[in-house]
Unconditional design. Sequence first.
Length: 101
Amino acid sequence: KQEEKLSAALQAKRSLHQELEFLRVAKKEKLREATEAKRNLRKEIERLRAENEKKMKEQIEDLQVKLQHAEADREQLRADLLREREAREHLEKVVKELQEQ
C-alpha cells in the first residue's frame, strides 16, 4: 500500500514537472512574442515619427514659399500705390498750374 502511495506521489510529481516544463516553455514563447511585438511597435512609432516629420518639413517649406510670395506681392502693391500717389500729386500740380494760368 505504501508502494502505491509512493508510486502515486512519484506520478503526481512527474505530472507536475511536466506541467511546469510546459508552462515554462509557454512563458518563454509568450515572452518572445511580446518582445517581438514591442520591437515591431517601436519600428512603427519610428516610421510614423519620420513620416510626420517629413510632412511637417514639407508644410513648413510650402508656407515659407507662400510667405515669400505674399511679401513680394505686398512690396509690389506698395510700389504701385506709391506710383499712383506720385501720379495723382503730379496731376493735381498740373491741374493747379493750369487753373492759375
